[in-house]
Design a protein around this ligand. Structure first.
Ligand SMILES: Nc1nc2c(ncn2[C@@H]2O[C@H](COP(=O)(O)OP(=O)(O)OP(=O)(O)O)[C@@H](O)[C@H]2O)c(=O)[nH]1
Length: 400
């Protein structure tokens, strides 16, 4: 399962974002086993379900389908303690590093209204430039990556160069502490033009360049520009969007209110949608709250942004695609007759064999070929999976 790390300083609305993102009024019946720690919750990436395109009714098992949208579970980790100087042990020390290590992508919640200072204390709205909060996080992460790569570097570089070992393999095992994969290493080497330079010749500059690039490639950051409902946020958000990638206007408090109201049956609301329907007579306070959300958030930005931030992390920053494995390619079912039961998030560029391996190692090991159920066509190991593909795996090793 994809892990999304939630970072941000105190008082910007990180807890509100976490509460909103993990509150769904439908539970998955047989959710794949996940160890839930206090700071871990299940959130969802959302996309149109492929059942619409296929004209069938689905029977989701590992995900949810609400009003034609598939909600695909992701692990949301609340990474506490990322404050300036954290890499030197300030704050919670290294506990946050462990949480960060597990994250495939980060959502950085910032206060777009500029009403919290660098320590997270309230200041008059608009008096702080939220951009200042972006730089320190990047510095912290860069320093962390650099400290890992620098450890015993001289010896590592010499041994690897002289033994003729594969550079990618060696760097992969060296950086295993930050959970990077082979693709990240290859990309970072290329982007920092070091793929043909002996490790011994990298020098301080090369090390910095490589560890920074590796961090950017392996821990992409989505910026959740929170408190979008406050008018003072609007210009800040525009400026942030013109300067940085993956900036999503968010009102975590509005999303939390909508999900709570939906859970208690007051409104009908699908997370991430632009509208909600009032189901019951609202009291004065509720009417005021709903009007506020509509006028200050939905009418201005289209959505509250919580779901968009999760989607941006999964589908844009990580470039994941959704693939539906089935056992019967004609009926799109598993062996129990459930239609389109599961959906897997796969990296762009994955093959049917990668999908087989993601389902079960044995299935992958015995991979023979796959059938693209939509086109009713046999595809081989070289086929690149497409978003919304429905795939049957044919393997010599039966599933247990
Ligand atoms: N206007 C506005 N206020 C918000 C929004 N989201 C959160 N807040 C407020 O911001 C304050 C901080 O929210 P929290 O979620 O507790 O912030 P946090 O970053 O988790 O802070 P800590 O738990 O102290 O680390 C609270 O008063 C929230 O009500 C929002 O979308 N709009």
């Amino acid at each position: 399962m994809i892990s999304v790390g939630l970072i941000g300083k105190t008082n910007v609305g990180k807890s509100t974002f976490f509460a909103a993102a993990t509150l769904m009024d439908v539970e998955i019946a047989n959710r794949p086993f996940v160890t839930i720690e206090p700071n871990v919750g299940i959130a969802y990436a959302k996309k149109k379900c492929v059942h619409v395109e296929l004209g069938v009714k689905c029977n989701p098992k590992n995900s949810l389908c609400i009003k034609d949208f598939r909600f695909i579970p992701v692990r949301l980790i609340d990474v506490a303690g990322l404050i300036p100087g954290a890499h030197e042990g300030r704050g919670l020390g290294n506990k946050f590093l462990d949480d960060l290590r597990k994250a495939d992508v980060l959502i950085h919640v910032i206060d777009a209204s500029g009403s919290t200072n660098e320590e997270g204390q309230p200041v008059p709205p608009g008096s702080r430039n939220p951009e200042e909060d972006l730089a320190f996080i990047e510095t912290e992460l860069d320093e962390w990556f650099l400290s890992i790569i620098k450890k015993d570097w001289e010896k590592f570089a010499r041994t690897t160069d002289l033994s003729g070992k594969d550079m990618v393999e060696a760097l992969l095992s060296k950086m295993s502490g930050v959970s990077v994969n082979r693709r990240h290493i290859i990309k970072a080497l290329k982007l920092s033009s070091l793929e043909n330079v002996k490790l011994m010749h990298w020098g301080e500059e090369g090390l910095r360049k490589f560890s920074h690039t590796l961090r950017v490639v392996s821990k992409p950051i989505v910026i959740a520009a929170n408190k979008s409902d406050l008018p003072v946020s609007r210009d800040n958000i525009k400026r942030l969007q013109s300067k940085f990638k993956h900036v999503v206007p968010v009102s975590a408090e509005s999303e939390l209110a909508l999900r709570r109201a939906s859970r208690s049956g007051i409104i009908d609301y699908v997370p991430g949608e632009a509208n909600f329907t009032i189901l019951k007579r609202l009291d004065e306070r509720q009417t005021k709250a709903m009007n506020y959300i509509k006028t200050n958030v939905l009418d201005v930005y289209g959505t509250t942004g919580v779901q968009d931030a999760l989607n941006e992390a999964v589908f844009s920053a990580l470039e994941m695609i959704a693939v539906y494995p089935v056992e019967d390619e004609r009926k799109f079912t598993n062996r129990d007759g459930d239609v389109l039961p599961d959906v897997f998030l796969m990296e762009k560029g994955s093959t049917p064999k990668d999908l087989a391996l993601a389902i079960h190692t044995d299935l992958g090991r015995g991979f023979l070929y796959a059938i693209d159920a939509k086109r009713r066509m046999r595809v081989g190991e070289e086929y690149l999976l497409q978003d919304n593909d429905v795939i049957k795996i044919v393997s010599s090793t039966a599933r247990p």
